[in-house]
Structure formats: structure tokens, C-alpha cells
Design a protein around this ligand. Sequence first.
Ligand code: ADP
Length: 179
Amino acid sequence: MTTGATVWLTGLPSAGKTTIAYALAERLRAQGRRVEVLDGDEIREFLSAGLGFSREDRHTNVQRIGFVAELLASHGVLALVPVIAPYTDSREAVRKRHQQQGTGYVEVHVATPVEVCSVRDVKGLYAKQAAGELTGLTGVDDPYEIPADPDLRIETDGRTVEESASVLHALLVEKGLTI
Ligand code: ADP
């Protein structure tokens, strides 16, 4: 069986996590690789319905997604997870679970500065926060703990989506995870 792994893309809202994950998924699928994208928004609608954005709920959300990703990865799927995951201890718990199960885990920090994210503002969250219509926005008035030692840090500012996806693709090739 092909080797599965979880590739977690962590970063601020509008950093480019989802865009890179789908761009990469498309490439890999075209090569016949089994890939699943565990989209954060979709997951919050189903798997994590009812959870909010407190520290505890964010932790629970990440653990649930990590659990499903590990299951998929243990069956040979490349599970791409574009989910903020703001807390180091939540991310480390997911990594540890993968290690315990002997399943591959790759942490990618999509490192786009908040100033750039807030201009992109794909979902209008930064504008809402600035207008006082929303509180608890990661990186603005809610914590984002920057990964200290990710497997890869992708700078997206001034780069195209294809360039960013290529950097990650290259790492996965190096790790033998694309076949
Ligand atoms: P996130 O999932 O991190 O919240 P999205 O992927 O939804 O962010 O949105 C990121 C936005 O930034 C998209 O509109 C995307 O086209 C744009 N973008 C610009 N340059 C890049 C890049 N190099 N990599 C990824 N996204 C980029």
C-alpha cells in the first residue's frame, strides 16, 4: 500500500492554507495519488458542529480533525489539513498521536504576515473585526502561536499559488509521499 501521511497547513486566516491545499491536491490527484482535503469550514459544519472559538473548543476541533486525518493517512491517503490550529499544544498532541500510530505527519506553516492577510481578507473577517462586529479573530485579538520548528515554512507574499504549492510538493517528493 502507498504510504499515507497527514500534512497540516497551519497559519492565519487568509494566509493561503486552503488555496495551497487544493492546488496541491489537484496536482497529486492528476498523478493518481489518493488525496483528501479536510477543509476547516466544512468540518466545522459537520464533525465539529456546535463548537465555538474558545481555546478549549479550538483545541477539541483540532483533535477531532487530527483523529480523522490520522485514520485516513493510516490507510494510505495523503490527508491535507488547511486548518488554523493556533495553539502549539494542540498541534503537538496531533503530532504525538501520529507518532504513536506510526503514521507520517508533516507540519507546514503558511507564514503570511497579518498585514497581508488582512488585505486579502477572503471571508471579510478582518473587516468585521475592525468594525467591531466580531471578536476573537486569530492573529488580531486571539492568539496564534507561531510554529517554532515546522517541517516547512511557506512565505506566500509576493509569490504565486503555484509557486507556493510547488515548494510543498517538492518536500513531499523528498519524503516519498507523492507516490
Ligand atoms: P486560508 O485558508 O489560509 O484562510 P485562503 O486559501 O482561503 O486562506 O485564501 C488565501 C488567499 O490568498 C486566496 O485568495 C489566494 O488566491 C491568495 N494568495 C495569493 N498568493 C498566494 C500564495 N502564494 N499562496 C496561497 N494563496 C495565495
